[in-house]
Write a protein that binds this ligand. Structure first.
Ligand code: ZN
Ligand code: ZN
Length: 361
């Protein structure tokens, strides 16, 4: 943890700041270990202070390392309480400009900070901690490996239950049960089980719809292990599907293979995206691939680096990204195939073991 805080401090000069205020829970967790949902971490040139409310007194004592912990127990809202603590706690000392996470500080909090510390410059920042988090250490990679293995195993157990008549929510419940039974803390996002025409919705979370014969089902599922996620998509057929969907499956599968092949150290994320996207476009389905090719995996399921047209980030060993091309035809159905890829010194390793070949149940 201390090395992570030190890495953040090394960014201070470039950012033109002397302190950094961390509000995003996953960033706080990465920097000092606290897993709760509410708190504030102030990193100064020399010290780190973690402030949270009374509900978390014991948890903070147990979990936080590398930062001094203060808790408040009054009826104030979080912003008021944090400001009061920063202002009146004599042990908390800071001077100079304060960087803050522009996407995670409320307007109310920002205004109060400005009012209370009129002489400290407040500096908006974006993705400072998120970028430090992109390259995973061994502990993080092992956690992701475990999460991926649990999701592989869970889908394998649930596929035999895919029969006409069961609902999408019923299948999602079975996967959730398997995830937890196999050692996960919980699902890493609201599971997507989208059948028939609903499979054309890239984010069709499980509904009460019953599975029918001769249609596709997209499972986009994942779980958390030690806070780190898996995120896998498989599209399977129940019975026979029409030749157009069958053909789309092969195109998406080949696009994914090309994306994976391109995801090597030194490659720019936009070029990895292009490797898959160009193939889909050449097959005539470019307009139906409506999202980026993938995203990083970390304490947030959607982490940096984003693997999309705009991302110039260069892949490095230790990054973990998803590769998930999809083609969605409104009213008919869609196909997405997603795996979690660890970038290695020499290339990459696909962490998932679930087969990708077209599967007819
Ligand atoms: Zn996914
Ligand atoms: Zn994903």
């Amino acid at each position: 943890m201390e090395q992570r805080i030190a890495a953040l401090r090394r960014r201070f000069r470039t950012l033109g700041i002397a302190n950094f205020l961390v509000k995003r829970p996953s960033n706080i967790r990465w920097l000092c270990g606290f897993t709760g949902s509410s708190g504030l971490l102030l990193i100064t040139g020399r010290n780190a202070y973690f402030i949270t409310d009374g509900r978390y007194t014991n948890q903070a004592k147990e979990e936080v390392s590398g930062a001094l912990v203060y808790t408040y127990s009054n009826g104030l809202n979080a912003a008021d309480a944090f400001i009061r603590e920063l202002k009146s706690n004599r042990e908390i000392r800071f001077r100079g400009r304060i960087g803050f996470e522009a996407s995670f500080l409320t307007v109310d909090f920002y205004r109060q900070l400005k009012r209370t510390f009129p002489n400290s410059g407040l500096v908006e920042t974006q993705n400072v901690v998120e970028e430090l988090m992109m390259v995973k250490d061994e502990y993080e990679i092992n956690a992701i490996r475990r999460a991926v293995a649990i999701t592989d195993k869970s889908l394998e157990s649930v596929l035999p239950m895919v029969k006409p008549g069961i609902t999408e929510l019923g299948l999602a419940a079975e996967i959730t049960y398997q995830h937890v039974k196999n050692g996960a803390e919980k699902n890493s996002f609201e599971l997507i089980v989208a059948s028939g025409p609903r499979s054309s919705m890239p984010h069709g979370v499980a509904s009460k719809r019953k599975i029918h014969r001769n249609e596709l089902i997209t499972f986009d599922i994942g779980c958390l292990y030690n806070g780190y996620p898996s995120d896998m998509t498989r599209t399977v057929a129940v019975g026979k599907v029409n030749s157009k969907l069958r053909n789309i499956y092969d195109i998406v599968l080949e696009a994914q293979a090309r994306g994976i092949e391109a995801a090597v150290p030194g490659a720019r994320c936009c070029d990895v995206d292009a490797a898959a996207r160009n193939f889909i476009a050449a097959a005539g389905f470019g307009q139906y691939f409506v999202h980026g090719l993938g995203h990083g995996l970390g304490l947030e399921v959607h982490s940096r680096p984003m693997v999309n047209k705009a991302s110039k980030t260069v892949l490095k060993p230790g990054m973990v990204v998803t590769i998930e091309p999809g083609v969605y035809i409104d009213g008919m159905g869609g196909v997405r195939i997603e795996d979690d890829i660890l970038i290695t010194e020499n290339g990459n390793e696909v962490l998932n073991r679930t087969p990708r070949e077209f599967m007819e149940l």
